[in-house]
Design a protein around this ligand. Structure first.
Ligand code: ACO
Length: 322
């Protein structure tokens, strides 16, 4: 039996830092409001010349280095993003070019904040089916480009960044289960209302921004994130105490704390990095994972539950032995 296992992690945050204090000068907000309602202290913003594929490249190089392989050994590139470099080609192809990898499949996954979980699940299936052996799975975002910097209810929440993992075939798990969900009927609660085939004029005018009904999203997120844990535990016949670390989507520390409370999980077993980078959408889980691996909290052999919720709505989980 072939399983898939994470052999390397990497992440990258752009150099430019935007603190809550900096935001006080841009919109009518305060450091206290942002910290109390979201847990966010600062976020990183890509330079004007820096692209989603650039961020992805830096994170990927670190993951490849940790895996102890060379880029040429990668046989699939899957990149989750909601902020593609270009309308086409896919950002995964642009990343592949930067990595000097040629010929293997490379494609984007668009499931907004759940994108990385979707991408990891797809990579796992390809490896289990015996079609690929080493997949580079990346989440990368330049969300600062689609924020309305006059809207205090959204611009304080998001940031730019990237995270990556190398997933390799192994005789031992690895990924134990993945569960993916979506319900498009919630489209209007969290979206960018303009794009190529709807509102192209606004897109061209640079007015395509994130719109969110924060309260409704908050309630739904806590509900679905709690259900995801129960679903994965039941599918694997294990209990909450078997999970060493919960690595949730980093949107808001209050959502993460409410989810942990609902699951009666101690916050000591939850990875929270949102304070340092805000909500980086598809990049948030691999970013948090890499930070916790490199600072020594997450160790080989431990059981991790990755879970995400985002626009669509989409939600999903990955249970794995690291
Ligand atoms: N600074 C100061 N005041 C603010 C700010 C701000 N930045 N933003 C909003 N306010 C005000 C509002 O205008 C409102 O004022 P009012 O009472 O006078 O009308 C008051 O603060 C309370 O606003 P609420 O929206 O009720 O605040 P809430 O406690 O719900 O927090 C928040 C808002 C942080 C957005 C929360 O709803 C939230 O986190 N929602 C979920 C976001 C999320 O997790 N998204 C995940 C997916 S993201 C993706 O998929 C791309």
């Amino acid at each position: 039996m072939t399983y898939s296992r994470i052999t390397g992690t990497g992440s990258y945050l752009p150099e430019k830092l935007l603190t809550n204090k900096d935001l006080e000068k841009i919109v009518d907000t305060t450091d206290t409001w942002i910290r109390e309602r979201t847990g966010i202290k600062e976020r990183h913003i890509a330079a004007d010349t820096e692209t989603t594929s650039d961020l992805a490249f830096h994170a990927s190089r670190k993951a490849i280095e940790m895996a102890g392989i060379s880029s040429s050994e990668i046989d699939m590139v899957i990149l989750a993003t909601t902020t593609a470099d270009k309308i086409f080609p896919g950002t995964a192809c642009l990343l592949q070019k930067q990595l000097d990898v040629h010929g293997c499949p490379a494609f984007d996954v668009q499931a907004v904040c759940t994108g990385f979980v979707y991408a990891l699940s797809i990579a796992d299936k390809f490896i289990r089916a015996g079609e690929t052996r080493r997949v580079l799975v990346v989440g990368s975002e330049t969300l600062s480009r689609i924020l309305d910097w006059n809207d205090r209810s959204t611009c304080v929440l998001f940031g730019d960044g990237a995270g990556a993992v190398v997933l390799e075939a192994d005789s031992e798990p690895g990924i134990m289960s993945t569960h993916l969900h979506a319900d498009g009927s919630y489209e209007d609660l969290l979206h960018v209302p303009h794009g190529i085939s709807i509102g192209y004029e606004q897109l061209k005018a640079g007015e395509a921004y994130v719109y969110m009904e924060g309260n409704a999203v908050f309630k739904m997120a806590v509900n679905k994130l709690g259900q995801l844990v129960d679903e994965a535990l039941t599918a694997n016949g294990i209990s909450k105490s078997d999970i060493d670390w919960l690595v949730p989507h980093q949107a808001n520390s209050r959502i993460i704390e409410a989810t942990a409370r609902k699951l009666r999980m101690s916050m000591e077993r939850v990875i929270v990095t949102v304070a340092e980078h805000g909500n980086t959408s598809a990049a948030s889980i691999p970013l948090a994972l890499d930070i916790a691996v490199r600072d020594g909290r997450i160790k080989r052999g431990e059981t991790l539950m990755l879970e995400a919720f985002g626009s669509g709505f989409t939600w999903g989980s990955v249970l794995l032995k690291f």
